[in-house]
Design a protein around this ligand. Structure first.
Ligand code: MN
Length: 497
């Protein structure tokens, strides 16, 4: 584990970038000294691997440094003051955001999953926090076998239900696929074995043919004077194959993209030309030609897909894209330069639009907009509308930023259940939203382990413990503390009695 290995992956790095990453590296090494992972390995391996993933995604020196420091407040020996003094406000913000996300737990209650994804976005505020968290989760998933068995399912399920959909919506397919496949055996062990077996028989049949076919494609493109191209093939990942098998009654012969050939060219205009060359040489399967350049997928994916008969007795899906489309298809938002350097707030919040179905973002044409808005949660629509009102080059004020992200706050029970409340809610609102009996008998409230008065507004990510006593009854002044209608109603009802 050398800092050089990280720096090597950083494109266009300046001397300042290298200095920053190097000093974060040594700081983190020191902060985690003598700490061990469940595997018995030094804790710093986890830090190092997180930073490697961030560097591979092409993230900036600031984000990579925050990745190196992401656990040093929670698990390491560092303090907030130290981080702020040594690395500044921005990195401290990213590290704190990542630590906060770590406290959010999904315990398999489906009705909480959308709230949790929403919370993740609200708490993160900055796309970089989510990307650091995804990189962190990737290494945790890679080492999940060392984690105590009773925790494995929860973590894997959380990965699949919460983090994978976010990675997918952000278009970071590389992480999305890896996380899926790492979680798969823990969440659906039987289907994992079944899918793996099916795929194994299929691949061994296909492999030889694919290699031969790859050579023919290369020969054809070279002959037709396409320069600077790459042809490779990928096998469908297990979890996405499993999903498709479920849709196709487990009939593997109905799945045409188990292996796909990728043709990556340098010039976008050549995509259609290459399609023509391929179809001139091999017969395409009708109805399988998809122009995702003219009609990108909802997550922004662009390419041309076609499926052809190879002449070796099998069919193969061919994906044609240029280098930029390829990068975009693997790295999504992480591939956009605007996220690499801190720009204006308008740029910084653009990523939120990525969470929307693609067509909604692109057109101002009202009828199509309506059609695509149905499955977009209201909070997300609000955020995007707000984002659009930020003027070019304008930096919005800190308190407005809070409004923007904190229309609602999310607080937790000590068990990690999430409670969704309007901004300004207090421990009494929290108690009532769990159960009216708990609200009616609240005697003390602890916020993040500290005793707190009943009129204290809760913050995003707070963990609330409510202590009840049988003889406590609602008091009139509580009415001035609460924000939620249901708490008000219960207090009034009880006062009448
Ligand atoms: Mn971590």
């Amino acid at each position: 584990m050398k800092v050089k290995e990280i720096i090597k992956l950083m494109e266009f790095s300046s001397k300042e970038d290298i200095d920053l990453v190097s000093s974060a590296f040594s700081f983190a090494e020191e902060a985690h000294r003598d700490q061990k992972r469940f595997s018995g390995e030094p804790y710093f391996i986890h830090i190092f691997e997180t930073a490697i993933t961030l560097a591979e995604l092409g993230m900036s020196a600031t984000t990579i440094s925050a990745g190196l420091l992401h656990d040093c407040l929670e698990d390491g020996k560092a303090t907030q003051e130290e981080l702020k003094e040594k690395f500044g406000k921005e990195i401290l913000f990213l590290v704190e955001g990542t630590s906060k996300l770590g406290k959010i737990k999904y315990r398999g209650v489906k009705r909480h999953s959308e709230s949790l994804r929403k919370l993740l976005v609200a708490v993160s505020q900055d796309i970089r926090v989510i990307i650091i968290k995804l990189a962190d989760r990737l290494h945790n998933m890679k080492t999940l076998q060392y984690v105590p068995e009773h925790k494995q399912y929860r973590i894997a399920n959380e990965t699949l239900e919460i983090y994978v959909p976010i990675a997918y919506r952000l278009g970071i397919r590389k992480l999305n696929r890896e996380l899926e496949d790492l979680a798969f055996p823990y969440v659906y062990p039987d289907n994992f074995i079944k899918t793996k077996k099916l795929l194994k028989t299929r691949i061994s049949e296909d492999n030889e043919k694919l290699k031969k076919f790859q050579r023919s494609v290369i020969k054809l493109l070279a002959k037709k004077k396409i320069i600077d191209f790459r042809v490779d093939y990928r096998i469908k990942t297990l979890y996405s194959l499993f999903n498709k098998l479920e849709r196709k009654d487990w009939n593997i012969d109905k799945i045409y993209d188990i292996s796909a050939m990728r043709i990556i060219i340098s010039n976008a205009d050549d995509c259609y030309k290459v399609l023509g060359l391929i179809h001139g040489m091999w017969r395409p399967l009708p109805g399988r030609i998809k122009d995702y350049i003219a009609f990108p997928k909802p997550n922004g994916y662009r390419a041309i897909h076609t499926t052809i008969f190879t002449g070796y007795g099998n069919v193969v899906e061919i994906q044609i894209k240029d280098k930029e489309m390829y990068r975009e298809s693997e790295y999504g938002v992480a591939s956009h330069a605007s996220f690499k350097e801190k720009k204006t707030d308008k740029d910084n919040f653009l990523w939120i639009q990525r969470l929307l179905p693609f067509k909604f973002i692109l057109n101002g044409n009202n009828d199509r907009k309506e059609k695509n808005l149905d499955d977009v949660p209201v909070w997300l629509k609000d955020m995007v509308e707000y984002q659009k009102t930020i003027k070019d080059g304008e930096d919005i004020k800190e308190d407005m930023k809070n409004d923007f992200f904190q229309q609602r706050i999310f607080a937790f029970t000590p068990q990690g259940d999430v409670v969704d409340l309007p901004i300004g809610s207090t421990p009494i609102d929290f108690a009532y939203s769990i159960h009216s009996d708990i609200g009616n008998h609240i005697s003390e409230a602890k916020v993040n382990g500290k005793m707190t008065s009943f009129d204290t507004p809760l913050m995003n990510g707070d963990i609330i413990e409510i202590i009840t006593k049988k003889n406590v009854i609602p008091k009139k002044k509580w009415l001035s503390y609460v924000k939620t209608a249901s708490a008000k109603k219960h207090i009034q009802a009880s006062l009448k009695k």
